[in-house]
Every structure is written in structure tokens, then in C-alpha cells.
Design a protein around this ligand. Structure first.
Ligand SMILES: NC(=O)C1=CN([C@@H]2O[C@H](COP(=O)(O)OP(=O)(O)OC[C@H]3O[C@@H](n4cnc5c(N)ncnc54)[C@H](O)[C@@H]3O)[C@@H](O)[C@H]2O)C=CC1
Ligand SMILES: O=C(O)[C@H]1O[C@H](OP(=O)(O)OP(=O)(O)OC[C@H]2O[C@@H](n3ccc(=O)[nH]c3=O)[C@H](O)[C@@H]2O)[C@H](O)[C@@H](O)[C@@H]1O
Length: 435
């Protein structure tokens, strides 16, 4: 099949690579020329394991190409995927202006039947808006060209993007026409995944419901962790015990210092805003946001209560990205934590394998190191913010010996608490009984 993917970000690039691997011909479009030039040389504008190598192969094979020329991409393709960003506006509403702009462009350039597939995460009813915009543009051109609008939300995770795009657990296709349904089924015929066909609006809601439910699980366990800690109960055992019930499941019950990233915070806000617009407020999302907004602060109060006045204290921050295996720092807990420490006049040295360049732009004057070990030299405390493998696996015995005092605050419950205590650390996790 001939496919155009408009928006060469995380989702656009990763799904294009997967489509090209199935043997389709994919043209990826972005209005950012610098991005396109890099991608033409197989250089990704973000860090994601495995994609660059695959890109080289697929470009050489001729299965994937990159362009800023949207017009020719539209007219060479039968399926047009929209994968542009849908960031939050100030009131939390999802900004669909980039999606609308692409719809307008499609209406201005298409010359024969197209299936327009919205992969961006969009508010319920966006499919109808896209249809209206394209019809308007066609009317302006005095053209009557048939087209279908489909919702095909994306569920990939950063850090595991290629794996998730290759082996999705489910494919949701929201469409209102048999022709589009058949084409979409053909597109994914190589993929071994559960397929669900719904209306466009249902599919749009499935995406928001999935992300906000996962965020709810995290906020539930995080708030419960606060109570567990107060009562001498171990949240990790509680989560394990809960997760053994297949109706609950073990995933997304890992207590920590809050969820971050480009999607959970944005999508929770967007669904909340939508519910308010419809005057059916989703109160649960109010609580989910509140817990997440205060989780890092709750943790930092514990740091402050333990260490006392933080002024002049040397604090090592290990991990800056919102999760391991990505260079993404959007809504990362590290930002709130560094901000708190700066306000309290602590002396910070920070390490991350991939996120330093991005964090430097926000906090240019703290110290950044190229190894975790350098960051903790002479430190009064370590705060583990992101559970990167190379951080978890440092020589914790040697690390303790090079600190000024062995306070270890593990914001992800990523280390073995009793081992750390045996090594001589004063160890604090999230929702653990005090040692
Ligand atoms: N990042 C992720 O892991 C996931 C994101 N999503 C959703 O997918 C959508 C895209 O997200 P990301 O890929 O992270 O965004 P991104 O910000 O990485 O990429 C969006 C790209 O679209 C381009 N763009 C914007 N307007 C354009 C236009 N008119 N013409 C051509 N290119 C244009 C931008 O230059 C940018 O390269 C969002 O709605 C997001 O919520 C869904 C699942 C996973
Ligand atoms: O719409 C999206 O963008 C994507 O959002 C999330 O993916 P992602 O944000 O890449 O990362 P997750 O692995 O879900 O982690 C999100 C945040 O939750 C935190 N988290 C996760 C799980 C957990 O048990 N506890 C916890 O605190 C992580 O540390 C991280 O900060 C979803 O998992 C994807 O299915 C979805 O496609």
C-alpha cells in the first residue's frame, strides 16, 4: 500500500518504520525541514533504541522516504496518516490546531479518493471536524472527491516504541465505512494482534480512557503508598498481592514520585476538560492529577525532614528523563525535584545517560556529570529519580564510601531496600516501612 504519514515525531517515525517493515511504501512528511534532512540520513531527532539501524535498511530498500513536500506525498498515497502533536492549551483542552491544519492541507491538495487516518490522540468528535474541514476545502475548489476518516489510536510507549509498533497488543480501528474498514484490515494483515472495529468516536475515547486509566492506577498506588508509609506497611508487597488477582493485574502499580512524559499529564487534562465542557465532570481525574502534582513534593518533604536545612547540602540526582530508555524530559519529576532543591539552596550534581542536554536548557547552572559515580562524590544524599539500568547497577558499596553521608532516597523503589540498609545506607523509598 502507498502511505503518507504527516508528522515525523515519535509516533509518526516509529509507525512509519513498522509499516515499511510490513512491505508498504511510506512517505513521511514534516514541515520541519531540519528534521526531514536528518531523517533522510537515518538520524532520529530523538533517542529510541533500534530505529536508526532499521531506518538505514528501509531507506536503502526504498520502502521509506522523507519529504517536506506534503502535496506530492498526498497525491502519491492512498492512506494519509495524521501523527502531529496535540499539546495542552492553558485550560487543559487538547490543541488540535495542527490536526486541523493538516486536514486543511489534505482538502486543498487531494485529487482522488483518500483514507485519512487520525493516529494523533484527539478529543472525541475530532474525526467529524476533520471531515468538515476537508469538505469545506473541497467545496472551495468546486470538487467532489470521496474520502473516509478513520481513527486508529496509537498505544506505543517511549523507550519501547519499536517493539510496541511491531507487536501491538491491540489495534483499534474506528471507522464508519466498509471500504475503509477493509483497507485498514489489509494494512495490518501481517500483524498478530487483537483487532477491534468501532465507530470513530468510540476509538477516540478508547485512547483517552486507556491513558487516563493507567494514570489512575499509578495515582491510586502512589496515594496508597503515602498511607502505607505512615502505617509501617510495605507498598511493594501490597502491589504484589493485589497484582496476583488477574482482575487487577500487576502492571502500573509501581509506586514512585509520579508519572511524567508527553502523554499521561496531557491526556488526563484533556479528558477532564472535555468532561467539564460536556458538564459531566470526571471527578476521579481531578484526584489523579492532584496526587500526581503533589507526589514529588511529598517525597521532597521527606528528604527535607530527614536532612534538615538543605542549604549548602550536596545532593546527587540520578536520572533526569521521565522514564528510562528515552531522552524525553517532558513533565519529568526531575524538573520539580531540581526546582525544589534550588529553592532550598542545595548544591546539585546530576547524571543521566540521555537527558542532560535537554535539562541543561532549563537549569543551566547546576553541575552535570558523565557518570553516576561522579555525581555522588562527596554527596550528602542521593535522590534516585529515574531507574536507568546503569544507575541501578552501580557499585553501591563503593558509592557509599565516596559520599559525605550515606542518605539514599529512592524515588522509584528501584533498589533492594534491605541490601542498601545492610551496605550502611539510610535508605528511604516510596511507601516503605522505615528502617
Ligand atoms: N509520544 C508518544 O509516545 C505517543 C504519542 N501519541 C500521540 O501522538 C501524537 C503525536 O505525538 P508525538 O509523535 O510524540 O509528537 P511530536 O511532537 O514528537 O511530533 C509531531 C510532529 O508533527 C510535526 N508537525 C506539526 N504540524 C505539522 C504539519 N502541519 N505538517 C507536517 N508536520 C507537522 C512536528 O514538526 C513534529 O515533528 C500526539 O497526539 C500524542 O498524544 C500517542 C501514543 C504515543
Ligand atoms: O499515549 C502515549 O503517549 C503513551 O503513554 C504511555 O506511554 P509512556 O508515556 O511512553 O510511558 P509509560 O511507560 O506508560 O510511563 C509513563 C509514566 O508513568 C510512570 N509509571 C509507570 C508505571 C508505574 O507502575 N508507575 C509509574 O510511576 C513512569 O515512570 C513514567 O513517568 C502509555 O503507556 C502508552 O500506552 C501510550 O501510547
Amino acid at each position: 500500500m502507498n502511505i503518507a504519514v504527516i508528522g515525523a515525531g515519535y509516533v509518526g517515525t516509529t509507525t512509519s518504520v513498522a509499516f515499511a517493515e510490513y512491505g508498504h511504501k511510506v512517505i513521511v512528511v514534516d514541515h520541519d525541514l531540519k528534521k526531514i534532512e536528518k531523517l533522510q540520513q537515518s538520524i532520529l531527532p530523538f533517542y529510541e533504541e533500534g530505529i536508526e539501524d532499521l531506518l538505514k535498511v528501509l531507506i536503502t530498500k526504498g520502502n521509506i522516504s522523507f519529504t517536506e513536500n506534503v502535496n506530492s506525498a498526498i497525491n502519491q498515497s492512498d492512506l494519509l496518516f495524521i501523527t502531529v502533536g496535540t499539546p495542552s492549551l492553558d485550560d487543559g483542552v487538547a490543541d488540535i490546531s495542527y490536526v486541523e491544519e493538516v486536514a486543511r492541507t489534505i482538502g486543498q491538495h487531494m485529487n482522488d479518493h483518500k483514507i485519512i487516518v487520525i493516529k494523533s490522540t484527539v478529543p472525541i468528535g475530532t474525526g467529524d471536524k476533520v471531515k468538515d474541514i476537508i469538505n469545506e476545502e473541497l467545496a472551495n475548489r468546486n470538487k467532489q472527491i470521496p474520502f473516509d476518516v478513520v481513527s486508529n489510536p496509537e498505544f506505543l510507549r517511549e523507550g519501547k516504541a519499536l517493539h510496541d509498533a511491531r507487536y501491538p497488543e491491540r489495534i483499534v480501528i474506528g471507522c464508519n465505512s466498509k471500504k475503509a474498514e477493509k483497507e485498514m484490515k489489509d494494512l495490518y494483515k501481517e500483524v498478530n494482534a487483537q483487532l477491534l472495529i468501532t465507530s470513530v468516536k468510540d476509538a477516540e475515547m478508547i485512547k483517552y480512557a486507556s491513558n487516563t486509566f493507567l494514570a489512575t492506577k499509578i495515582s491510586f498506588i502512589n496515594e496508597l503508598a503515602r498511607l502505607c508509609e505512615k502505617m509501617g506497611v510495605d507498598i511493594t508487597n501490597v502491589a504484589k498481592g493485589m497484582g496476583l488477582d488477574s482482575r487487577i493485574g500487576p502492571q502500573f502499580l509501581h509506586a514512585g514520585i509520579g508519572y511524567g512524559g508527553s502523554c499521561f499529564p496531557k491526556d488526563v487534562k484533556a479528558l477532564k476538560a472535555l468532561s467539564l465542557q460536556e458538564k459531566i465532570p470526571l471527578h476521579i481525574l481531578e484526584a489523579v492529577t492532584h496526587i500526581n502534582d503533589t507526589q514529588a513534593e511529598w517525597f521532597m518533604q521527606k528528604v527535607k525532614n530527614t536532612l534538615g536545612d538543605l542549604s549548602g547540602k550536596r545532593i546527587a540526582i540520578l536520572g533526569l528523563t521521565f522514564k528510562p530508555d528515552t531522552d524525553d524530559i517532558r513533565e519529568a519529576s526531575s524538573i520539580k525535584i531540581i526546582d525544589f532543591l534550588i529553592k532550598n539552596q542545595a548544591v546539585i550534581s546530576a547524571y543521566d545517560p540521555k537527558g542532560i542536554e535537554h535539562v541543561k536548557k532549563i537549569f543551566p547552572s547546576i553541575t552535570y556529570t558523565s557518570t553516576p559515580f561522579e555525581a555522588l562524590q562527596g554527596a550528602d544524599a542521593i535522590i534516585l529519580v529515574t531507574e536507568w539500568k546503569d544507575i541501578i547497577e552501580i557499585d553501591w558499596k563503593a558509592a557509599k564510601n565516596s559520599m559525605n553521608q550515606p542518605f539514599l532516597f529512592d524515588g522509584r523503589n528501584a533498589l533492594n531496600a534491605s541490601r542498601m540498609v545492610k551496605l550502611g545506607y539510610s535508605y528511604f523509598g516510596v511507601g516503605l516501612p522505615s528502617n
